[in-house]
Design a protein around this ligand. Structure first.
Ligand code: AMP
Ligand code: ZN
Length: 488
């Protein structure tokens, strides 16, 4: 498979460390609120990647973290370490403990993932009854579970001489890593602009781009609720160390793919890479893969503060989770995608018309997967996840003169990658029969012509007629009892 590697700055062939097996770490949710549709884009993109690797024959060893401590409100833009802890802030707002906030929003992640057909990181379909209590059995790692590993990781970085300690924190000294800014090519001095304010918070901090590995429970954080003892005093881990410690604990000191949004390139992933080299003396991640943003009409990253909707809000606007899945899936992960209700309407209509065509094939059983189409499908996947190419192939196949049962079998096979749940759709589809001969003369004629075409084995003609019937607003299905016509 070929993917865009951010470090290589080009599309590269993915060659895993262990043949036939991909180890993959995905930066996961910070659980202080319900996911918004920007986050959902990221998770759908990586779900498609996961499914694509499985489909093309790889074994997967995948982990996704859950950040339930240490992610500061100011970490995202310029990397400042001295904001409020997102968990603490929300806990205060809701009048509960941070751990209750974490557990509550982990459950909403599970609920949303399930509705969106996003697989658990270990590849399983998320069971109905899965709660925060069992997520770690499904490939998620919770930061609060891995604090001992984070402490050990920091000890390694200290032993290798990349750190210094102040009254407030243990820092990674970025000036000691010559290629610290390899991702962005940015000069270290340019980083000073965004984080200047923070220098005021800790007079002992040497360089504005240095970042916290361990925050002490002093000063501003004297009352930080979640805290652990460490060789550097009681406190809590920095956000970036969480991902380094969890990923290497679970996937080893060499793993293949690390995913995240492009917002993570300049700070979070630059820092993770620095920590990895600081601890192990070599880079750990072979390929860093990033998804582009879902943006507003003004091209700004959609975020909670920009009023991004969550899945419930999308549903109450008249869409289904699969409309959203189709919307994200139809665009390559590296393309900025503008969100608007009109754009989502377009996805909804396209998805629905596709589904209707599939439903109309419902009664065609026991087909075989068409290998030549499958080959082309895989070519599209391997070409940097060309999902619009895959969808174009779906339409081409539906218009083809292949046997309907083979078309259906092939589409159901491809749905292992798309994840729309077509098989289930066919099993639960209960449109009642509503058409009676004589209701519509044009339709009567088309139905008769189609029956005739099929008895002459002229499937191309039969399919053309089916399209005309669809245009009239009906779905025609062949059943053992004859044709059934339902209103779309
Ligand atoms: P967070 O919970 O803020 O750490 O974000 C979780 C994931 O969602 C990260 O990988 C982010 O890069 C990604 N993300 C956040 N906002 C957007 C957006 N507007 N478009 C695409 N991905 C996003
Ligand atoms: Zn991360």
């Amino acid at each position: 498979m070929k993917l865009y590697s951010t470090l290589d700055k080009k599309i590269v062939e993915i060659v895993p460390n262990k043949e036939g097996c991909i180890s993959m770490y995905s930066c996961g949710p910070t659980v202080y609120s319900r996911m918004h549709i920007g986050n959902i884009r990221a998770y759908i993109d990586w779900d498609i990647l996961y499914r694509s690797f499985i489909y093309t024959g790889y074994k997967m060893n995948r982990v996704m973290n859950i950040t339930d401590v240490g992610h500061m409100t100011s970490n995202d833009d310029f990397g400042s370490d001295f904001g409020d802890d997102k968990m603490d802030k929300q806990a205060e707002k809701e009048g509960v403990q941070p751990i209750d906030i974490a557990n509550k929003y982990i459950d909403t992640v599970l609920e949303d993932f399930k509705r969106l057909h996003i697989l658990a990181p270990n590849g399983e379909i998320i069971p109905d009854n899965l709660t925060y209590e069992d997520v770690e059995n499904y490939g998620w790692t919770r930061a609060t579970t891995y604090v001992p590993q984070m402490i050990e990781f920091i000890k390694k970085i200290i032993a290798n001489g990349y750190t210094y300690e102040t009254d407030q924190a243990v820092y990674f000294d970025v000036t000691l890593l010559p290629d610290y800014n390899i991702f962005t090519g940015q000069k270290l001095e340019d980083k000073e602009v965004g984080v200047r304010d923070e220098v005021e918070e800790d007079k002992g901090k040497k360089h504005p781009a240095d970042f916290v590995l361990w925050m002490k429970r002093v000063g501003k954080y004297a009352n930080h609720i979640m805290n652990w003892d460490s060789p550097w005093g009681n406190g809590f881990p920095g956000w970036h160390i969480e991902c380094s410690a969890m990923s290497t604990d679970r996937l080893g000191e060499y793993f293949d793919i690390h995913t995240g949004g492009v917002d993570h390139i300049s700070v979070h992933h630059s820092n993770e890479r620095a920590q990895n080299i600081g601890a192990y003396g070599h880079p750990v991640v072979k390929y860093w893969i990033h998804n582009e943003w879902l943006v507003t009409k003004d091209d700004a990253k959609l975020s909670k503060s920009k009023g991004a909707s969550d899945l419930d809000e999308i549903i109450s606007s008249g869409f289904t989770p699969m409309d959203l899945r189709y919307f994200f899936l139809s665009v390559n992960y590296r393309v900025k995608l503008q969100f608007s209700i009109e754009a989502l309407e377009g996805a909804k209509n396209a998805r629905k018309s596709l589904e209707d065509k599939i439903i109309s094939l419902k009664e065609y059983k026991d087909g075989k997967v068409l290998e030549s189409y499958k080959e082309r499908f895989i070519e599209n996947i391997n070409n940097n996840l060309n999902m619009s190419g895959c969808l174009a192939l779906v339409n081409e196949l539906l218009k083809s003169t292949e046997k309907p049962e083979d078309i259906l079998a092939t589409l159901l096979d491809w749905d292992k990658v798309f994840g729309f749940g077509w098989e289930e759709l066919l099993n639960t589809q209960t449109n009642e029969f509503i058409y009676c001969e004589g209701d519509n003369v044009e339709l009567d004629t088309l139905i008769k012509e189609r029956i005739e075409a099929k008895s002459n084995k002229d499937y191309a003609k039969a399919d053309k007629i089916r399209n005309k019937i669809t245009d009239l607003g009906y779905t025609i299905t062949d059943t053992p009892d004859g044709v059934k016509v339902t209103k779309i």
